[in-house]
Design a protein around this ligand. Structure first.
Ligand SMILES: [Zn+2]
Length: 68
């Protein structure tokens, strides 16, 4: 029974990490990009990788090119 619980929990954590979308967030312009976006690649100074929800919570605006 304990083993089942561990498997269930690890599956749940795995699914959660898949659903959480990571974006490249510019802390200066407050724009967030998909990691594949050309602007994300150029942004090295003020950009951090965080979850999309976190970027939105910080007042982030989706990039017009990639849509965030
Ligand atoms: Zn972008």
């Amino acid at each position: 029974m304990k083993k089942f619980l561990i498997i269930f929990l690890s599956l749940f954590i795995f699914a959660g990490s898949c659903l959480a979308e990571t974006v490249v967030f510019n802390v200066k312009t407050l724009k967030y990009h998909k990691p594949s976006c050309q602007h994300a690649a150029k942004c090295t100074k003020n950009c951090i990788k965080i979850e999309k929800n976190e970027a939105k919570a910080r007042g982030g605006v989706p990039c017009k090119t990639c849509g965030g």
